[in-house]
Design a protein around this ligand. Structure first.
Ligand code: ADP
Length: 217
C-alpha cells in the first residue's frame, strides 16, 4: 500500500471497500477524456469486456438520476439540458459514493469524469488515499466536424435532449475551455495516451488496446 507524503493535508475519505487491500496491486484505473461524440462510452464498454474492469460514466449516472426525478437529477437537469457542466461538488459526491462500492476495488474506467481540473485533483487525492493511483488517461481525439455529424446521427437514434445543434456547440465549447486543460495535467504526470478516434469503432478499439497493453506490461 502506498501512502502520499502529504496525506494528512487531504480530508478524510470513507473507509476503503472490503477486499481492496488484496486487489490493490492489480487495480487498473483508466480515465477517458474526449470531446462529446468522440466515442468514450462506446470504447469504455469494449474495454470493459477486454479488461474486466467496471465502467463508471457520470453522464449515465446523471441521466439515471434525472429519469428517476431525484433531487440530484432535478438539479443536474438544469445544467445538462443546456450543455453546461453540473457543479463539481455534486459530481464529486456522486462519484465518491459510487467508488466505495466493492465492484470498483479491482479498478475502474471513468467515462466523462473528470471534466474539470478540480475534479481531476480531487480524484487523485481519493485514489492516493485508497492506494490505487490512476494507471492511464486515454484521450480520444477526432475532427470537430466528424464529432458534430456523429452527434446529430445519435440525436436521431437516441433522442437525447442535449444532442441539439445549439447544445452540441455549447458542449464543444465547454470541453475546450474546461476539460481540455486536463490533457496537460495528465501529460505532466506521464499518464496521457492520445488515441486517434477517427475511423470505425473497431479500428479505434485496436489502437486503445495497444496503448493499454503497453501500460500493463
Ligand atoms: P458527452 O460526452 O456526449 O457530452 P456525457 O454523457 O458524458 O456526454 O455527459 C452529458 C452531460 O452530463 C454533460 O454535458 C454534463 O452536463 C453532465 N456531466 C457528465 N459528466 C459530468 C462531469 N464529470 N462533471 C460535470 N458535468 C457532467
Amino acid at each position: 500500500m502506498t501512502y502520499v507524503k502529504d496525506a494528512d493535508a487531504i480530508p478524510a475519505a470513507p473507509a476503503a471497500p472490503e477486499g481492496l487491500e488484496a486487489t490493490a496491486e492489480a487495480a487498473m484505473l483508466i480515465v477517458f477524456i474526449g470531446p462529446p461524440g468522440a466515442g468514450k462510452g462506446t470504447q469504455a464498454k469494449r474495454l470493459l469486456a477486454y479488461l474486466g474492469i467496471p465502467h463508471l460514466s457520470t453522464g449515465d449516472l446523471l441521466r439515471e438520476a434525472k429519469s428517476q426525478d431525484s433531487p440530484l437529477g432535478r438539479l443536474a437537469a438544469q445544467y445538462m439540458d443546456h450543455g453546461r457542466l453540473v457543479p463539481d461538488p455534486l459530481v464529486l459526491e456522486m462519484v465518491g459514493q459510487k467508488l466505495n462500492e466493492p465492484q470498483y476495488a479491482k479498478g475502474c474506467m471513468f467515462d466523462g469524469f473528470p471534466r474539470t481540473l478540480q475534479q481531476a485533483r480531487s480524484l487523485d487525492e481519493s485514489l492516493a488515499l485508497r492506494g490505487t493511483p490512476l494507471s492511464l488517461a486515454l484521450e480520444l481525439r477526432a475532427d470537430e466536424n466528424e464529432l458534430i455529424n456523429r452527434m446529430l446521427k445519435r440525436a436521431a437514434a437516441e433522442k437525447r435532449v442535449d444532442d441539439t445543434p445549439q447544445t452540441i456547440a455549447q458542449r464543444m465549447d465547454v470541453y475546450k475551455k474546461q476539460t481540455a486543460p486536463l490533457l496537460e495535467y495528465y501529460t505532466k504526470r506521464g499518464l496521457l495516451e492520445t488515441i486517434d478516434a477517427m475511423g470505425s469503432p473497431d479500428e479505434v478499439f485496436e489502437r486503445i488496446k495497444v496503448a493499454v497493453d503497453r501500460r500493463r506490461a
